[in-house]
Design a binder for this molecule. Structure first.
Ligand SMILES: [Zn+2]
Ligand SMILES: [Zn+2]
Length: 384
């Protein structure tokens, strides 16, 4: 099939690109746009660079692909395509026109542009060797999932093993786009990247890293079903939403973080770094702040799509704070009642009178008085 690009007279008649179906849309293992672009170029038997230069970038509306004649620089910019920038949008629009597909935005993080910055995608690829071997064995359709390219994803949720970052043979890092059109094999020495997979897996996995990888997988899976994209105000709205739940115990998010930071458990470190992030919100990536926040209050990542999915009763930290607050308030009342009685009522009331007077339902104040009387007796006998 051929087509004319409207308004372009300097370019010759060109073929429309294949309507190649992206792999895994609507799953956590959806293909990344750089991977799609590589498979599309391979299907047309041309280099990625040629497709970008002659087919894609002429359709850009406001930007140009940041490249010079230098191939290394050209391929180095590849990571921008999978992210959430204007250039990502230009690639989606151009490729959707060329392939007549409507689902390519799900191969990027464009839906999360309100809550992530340009660093959200790694410069170099990460991969799970076990997943690569599975792809090879199942249908030979090797691709790079979007999930693996996201900075905070360090662990494969399917195999619970660390993602790899260097070639098992030459130890080189891998750019997402390359002149060879390689997927699953090394851009430098062509070695199969699934060759070894036991190297780091003996190392203990951090609970937050495991949670983050699983949560981002969930977020990616749900992207096509999202009603609207979260905006840059999202984090503050979510904090407000969480604080509304803390309202009856009057605990601002900062106090909760201080409380957690002092507990010395797996959440303490995350709590103190989140506290710092919230003091200087423009220094960090909003997505990273969001992940820490959701993890700390023990909500599920689902809360990004639906606030009402957060149930404070299932959050142990909120229950703990509620309980501490009640204990504190009870103690305050005890002291107040005790001082009032000591200063104003003579002779001291009986236990039954104390309960009647204070409306208490426990014996704590009575025990206070018993203790007080004992102390008094003791002092008196000591003085005699
Ligand atoms: Zn895997
Ligand atoms: Zn290599």
């Amino acid at each position: 099939m051929t087509m004319f690009i409207s308004g372009e007279t300097i370019f010759p008649k060109r073929s429309k690109l294949y309507n190649l179906e992206p792999i895994g849309v609507g799953t956590s293992m959806v293909e990344s746009l750089t991977s799609y672009l590589t498979r599309l170029s391979n299907a047309h038997n041309v280099k990625v660079k040629s497709i970008i230069k002659y087919e894609i970038s002429p359709l850009f509306e406001s930007l140009t692909y940041p490249s010079t004649g230098n191939s290394t620089k050209f391929y180095r910019n590849g990571r921008i395509i999978d992210g959430r920038s204007l250039l990502t949008m230009e690639f989606i629009n151009a490729l959707e026109k060329l392939t007549t597909r409507k689902d390519l935005r799900y191969l990027t993080l464009i839906s999360f542009r309100g809550i992530s910055n340009y660093k959200v995608v790694n410069s170099y690829k990460k991969w799970c060797p076990q997943c690569l071997n599975k792809m090879k064995k199942e249908n030979g359709n090797i691709y790079q999932p979007l999930l693996w390219n996201i900075q905070y994803v360090k662990i494969c949720p399917l195999h619970n093993s660390f993602l790899h970052t260097t070639c098992p043979v030459c130890n080189k890092q891998q750019l997402p786009l390359n002149s060879k059109g390689n997927l699953g094999s090394c851009n430098s020495c062509d070695a199969w990247l699934g060759a070894t997979f036991s190297k780091n897996d003996k190392v203990d996995k951090n609970e937050f890293d495991v949670w983050t990888s699983n949560s981002i997988a969930e977020l990616i899976k749900n992207t096509p079903r999202m009603v609207s994209s979260p905006t840059d105000k999202f984090i503050w709205r979510l904090i407000k939403h969480f604080e509304d739940f803390f309202f009856d115990i009057k605990i601002p998010i900062d106090s909760l973080l201080v409380h957690l930071a002092n507990k010395c458990n797996s959440r303490s470190e995350i709590a103190s770094s989140l506290r710092f992030d919230l003091l200087f919100p423009h220094k960090g990536d909003p997505l990273c702040i969001l992940l820490k926040l959701i993890y700390i209050v023990e909500a599920s990542i689902q809360v990004v799509h639906d606030f009402t999915s957060f149930s404070p009763s299932s959050s142990s930290i909120i229950n703990e704070l509620k309980c501490n607050k009640q204990k504190y308030q009870r103690k305050q009342k005890l002291i107040k009642d005790f001082n009032y009685i000591i200063q104003n009522i003579r002779p001291l009331p009986t236990p039954e009178e104390i309960l009647k007077l204070t409306g208490d339902v426990d014996n704590l104040l009575i025990e206070y008085f018993d203790h007080f009387m004992e102390q008094n007796e003791l002092e008196r006998s000591n003085n005699n």
